[in-house]
Design a protein around this ligand. Structure first.
Ligand code: AMP
Length: 178
C-alpha cells in the first residue's frame, strides 16, 4: 500500500508514520529527513539545501521530485511505502505521481503547530527559529492546502484530528486505512 502523510509541521506525521510503518510492515520515509541529511553535506548543493531549510522555505520542486524518484526506485519500496512530506505542492504532483492509495491528513490548528514547534522542540533542527516556523505554517496554507484539496477530490483523503493522544490517533488511522 502506498500512503502519504500530510500535515502542518508539528502535526505528528513522523510519530504516526513510524507507528503505522511498524504495524503495516511497510517502510517509512520522510523527505524532511532526507533533506536534513543533505544539508549536512559540505557541497554546493548541501549548502543550498541548508540555506533554504533554515529560512523555513521549501526546496525547489525539480530537486524534490528527483530526490523522491531516486529513493522510490529502491527495491525496498517496491511493494509500498509510507511517505511523510511529499508531495507538498501541486507542481510536485505534476512532476511525480505514483498511484497513491491513501492520503492521511493530520489536522491541527496553526496555534497548536506554533506551540509544538516553538516550545516543545529541542531546537536541534535548522528550521526551528520562530521566524522559520511561521514561514513553514504560512507555506502550508498557501501551497500545501491545494494538494489536500486535490486528494480530497480524488476521494482518497482520510482526515484525522491530530490534537488528541498519539494512541487515539494511531487507532483511528488504522481503522481508516483498512
Ligand atoms: P519537514 O521535516 O517535513 O518539515 O521538512 C523539513 C524541510 O525539508 C522543509 O522545510 C523543506 O525545506 C524540506 N522539504 C521536505 N519535504 C519537502 C517537499 N516535499 N518539498 C520541498 N521541500 C521539502
Amino acid at each position: 500500500m502506498k500512503i502519504i502523510l500530510i500535515g502542518i509541521q508539528g502535526a505528528g506525521k513522523s510519530t504516526q508514520g513510524n507507528l503505522l510503518s511498524e504495524k503495516l510492515k511497510t517502510p517509512y520515509l520522510s523527505t524532511g529527513h532526507i533533506f536534513r541529511e543533505m544539508a549536512k553535506e559540505k557541497t554546493p548543493l548541501g549548502r543550498q539545501v541548508k540555506e533554504i531549510m533554515t529560512a523555513g522555505l521549501l526546496q525547489p520542486d525539480d530537486l524534490t521530485a528527483q530526490v523522491v524518484q531516486s529513493y522510490l526506485k529502491r527495491l525496498e519500496y517496491k511493494n509500498g511505502y509510507i511517505m511523510d512530506g511529499f508531495p507538498r505542492t501541486l507542481e510536485q504532483i505534476n512532476k511525480f505521481e505514483n498511484n497513491i492509495d491513501k492520503v492521511i491528513y493530520l489536522n491541527i490548528s496553526d496555534k497548536e503547530a506554533l506551540w509544538r514547534l516553538t516550545y516543545q522542540s529541542d531546537g536541534a533542527r535548522p528550521d526551528d527559529s520562530v521566524k522559520a516556523v511561521r514561514k513553514r505554517i504560512e507555506l502550508f496554507h498557501s501551497v500545501t492546502e491545494p494538494v489536500i484539496d486535490y486528494y480530497r477530490r480524488k476521494g482518497i483523503l482520510l482526515e484525522v484530528d491530530g490534537e488528541r493522544s498519539v494512541e487515539e490517533i494511531h487507532k483511528e488511522i488504522l481503522e481508516k486505512v483498512k
